[in-house]
Design a protein around this ligand. Structure first.
Ligand SMILES: [Mn+2]
Length: 285
């Protein structure tokens, strides 16, 4: 029996349905489903679109993550491999955080660090605190609404491809002990990743891809926050192959795709390749 791949779409950006990057999951969904079906995988699809969310600003977004957490429990109890397509990176919070001891890590691809806290953010964008929340640096009372959530140790988090990082975030990353791997020479990221996984003895990793990790010139513009000098599709895939070989990828989340910014569809194509690669290397081994 081939293992089920459960595609869960969360079509929100900042609590607003289908707005901006909230339109990304719907734009990706069909392509993901057909690519995985073509490669012989059994898929199921769930769209997380509650009739109403709490209208209390931040609480509404955490309510959405709590609902995603509940859906993930159902999917995992069936033994399925979760692929979450979300508008915001915060979708990785319920996907990666949980009571899994100290052999589980996260590989987080992003142009940004998402490592502000309420004290350092100047944009006020909640999603600029996503990785910080996941690793226990802020919003912990709200994150506790997610059933089974436990913060992941920052020492078991790798931030790959980030280059638009504020001074406050640099300090936060360093103090917490997150491993920041900025864009580097061809092949360097893959070998750094290999050593990082072995050093920590990680048996499992969650992979999160904010699609603005891709280079806007080579691949395309993923969203309004796109930053120059990013990674190519081949570089992202080479790091993922290493992660799948040195550890075991147990789930995948994809976020921040704004179809209106990706004029030529390059980011869409690269994202589909990345998803196919993760599923192939995780399930067909
Ligand atoms: Mn980003």
């Amino acid at each position: 029996m081939p293992r089920e791949v459960a595609i869960i779409t969360v079509p929100y950006d900042s609590g607003r349905k289908l707005w901006r990057m909230g339109a990304g999951p719907a734009a990706l969904r069909g392509g993901v489903a057909s690519a995985l079906t073509r490669s012989g995988h059994v898929i199921t699809e769930t769209v997380l679109a509650p009739a109403e969310l709490l209208e209390l600003e931040i609480a509404g977004t955490f309510e959405l993550y709590a609902r995603l957490g509940a859906e993930l429990s159902v999917v995992r109890s069936r033994g399925a491999f979760p692929v979450v397509l979300g508008g915001n990176c915060g979708c990785a919070i319920p996907t990666a955080g949980g009571p899994r001891g100290d052999t589980r890590g996260i590989v987080w691809f992003d142009a940004h660090a998402d490592y502000n806290t309420p004290e350092t953010t100047s944009s006020g964008f909640l999603d600029g605190m996503g990785l910080a929340t996941l690793t226990g640096q802020c919003w912990q009372a709200l994150a506790a609404r997610i059933d089974g959530f436990q913060p992941l140790s920052p020492q078991r988090a790798a931030l790959v491809g980030a280059r638009d990082v504020s001074e406050a975030e640099r300090q936060n990353l360093e103090t917490a002990g997150v491993s920041w791997m900025p864009p580097a020479h061809e092949g360097e990221l893959a070998s750094t990743m290999h050593a990082w996984i072995l050093d920590r003895g990680l048996a499992e990793v969650h992979v999160h891809v904010d699609v603005d990790v891709f280079d806007p010139e080579i691949v395309g513009r993923a969203n309004a926050y796109a930053a120059p000098n990013g990674l190519s599709e081949a570089e992202v895939i080479s790091v993922l192959r290493v992660a799948a070989e040195a550890s075991r990828i147990t789930s995948l989340s994809i976020a921040s795709y704004d179809p209106l910014q990706d004029r030529a569809g390059g980011v869409l194509a690269a994202t589909l390749s990345v998803i196919s690669e993760v599923v192939r290397s995780s399930l067909d081994r």
